[in-house]
Design a protein around this ligand. Structure first.
Ligand code: ADP
Length: 350
């Protein structure tokens, strides 16, 4: 019996019937009180019979109307609920393209629309997952094919077993290691699992440290690095190691994508109550059609060039997630191919 009343259909029908019963009983009491006061005793029986007949007719009509409306209501609600249950089972089974029909009633429409939004978000996540696996496989294939080629060459005697060959192989292994490290960092920043140690520090000092760190590559590329930051401290509140990681990535890219004899300028300033660091280069620039995507995982404006220079295409994705986690942001701008690029990192002031 309790199970029976747990069903929504019986609850709605029961509620409607209760209203009918209470209505009829109240009306009967009211009618009998009225009759006793107003009808003369000789006509009482006849009038009472007529009133009882009218009340019985009203009770039957109210019951039919109550039953019909509650059945229609129950059907509409149950149809939507069944459709939701069916669709969620299909989504659970991996059919992420599943959507439910949006009903006319406001409340059910909100539920159906929320459900469809959830399904769309799940579909997008699944799509990202598939693309990610494809990208990782693709990225792994290149260095692995390189190592395999060297090994086959060594086995067949086509390649000499000399230091140079092993150094080339080491280069490919290093590329693999960098990719694996980057992937691990990416998964952790995207899951928000990076532990950040917030302190107030001088960003100009971190900039100078990063420039010193990148000096060997700068010399290799015959580049000029100009630091236009002020001498006095520019305080920011963030994790200094992560800020250094971001700047190293931006400077590393500037070095990588700037041809010999080019120039890299770093500026820091307080803009709109935020600390801003601009890394500007006179390098190959970024075409407008690539610009919106360069922060996406594995996106490279020029895949062949980036890959030969060891770029995994996820450095900027990591950098932007780190900046977000510290309450900041990174944006990119470029006047076009061959016209250099500017990356701007903003962080909260200290
Ligand atoms: P990668 O490891 O390939 O450099 P990133 O995520 O750091 O990966 O950068 C993504 C892409 O953005 C690069 O492949 C390159 O096409 C473009 N890019 C990044 N920085 C610069 C820059 N300073 N100049 C030109 N292109 C750049």
């Amino acid at each position: 019996m309790i199970r029976f009343w747990r069903q929504l259909r019986w609850q709605i029908i029961g509620a409607q019937m209760l209203v009918v019963i209470v209505g009829v009983v109240t009306l009967s009491f009211a009618a009998s009180a009225l009759l006793e006061r107003t009808v003369p005793p000789d006509q009482f029986i006849a009038v009472q019979a007529t009133v009882i007949q009218a009340l019985a007719l009203a009770a039957v009509a109210a019951t039919i109307a109550g039953l019909t409306t509650s059945i229609l209501l129950v059907q509409a609600i149950l149809r939507s609920l069944r459709s939701l249950a069916y669709s969620s089972q299909r989504i659970a089974a991996g059919r992420y393209d599943e959507r439910v029909a949006v009903p006319a009633s406001d409340e059910l429409r909100v539920v159906a629309e929320s459900f469809n939004q959830m399904a769309a978000a799940l579909e997008q996540i699944e799509q990202h997952r598939i693309t990610m696996i494809g990208n990782v496989a693709h990225e792994l294939r290149t260095p692995l094919a390189g190592i395999e080629g060297y090994l086959e060459g060594l086995i067949d005697g086509v390649m000499p077993a000399e230091t140079d060959t092993f150094l080339e192989m080491k280069q490919e292994v290093r590329r693999l290691r960098r990719l694996v490290d980057d992937l691990q960092t990416l998964s952790r920043v995207e899951a928000g699992q990076i532990t950040l140690t917030f302190t107030t520090f001088d960003i100009n000092e971190v900039i100078r440290r990063v420039i010193a760190q990148i000096q060997p590559q700068v010399l290799d590329g015959c580049l000029q690095v100009i630091c236009e930051s002020a001498e006095q401290p520019l305080l920011t509140r963030a994790d200094p190691d992560r800020v250094a990681q971001i700047l190293l990535n931006l400077l590393g890219n500037a070095v990588r994508y700037t041809p010999e004899g080019g120039c890299i300028i770093i500026r820091s300033a307080m803009v709109d109550e935020q600390v801003q660091v601009k890394v500007e280069d006179t390098g190959i620039g970024i075409a407008p059609e690539h610009l919106p995507y360069i922060f996406e995982r594995f996106y490279r404006a020029d895949p062949s060039r980036a890959r030969t220079s060891g770029g995994s295409g996820i450095g900027l994705t990591i950098a932007r997630h780190l900046a977000w986690a510290m309450g900041g942001d990174i944006s990119a701008a470029s006047a076009g191919v061959g016209k250099g690029s500017t990356f701007t990192l903003t962080l909260p002031r200290g």
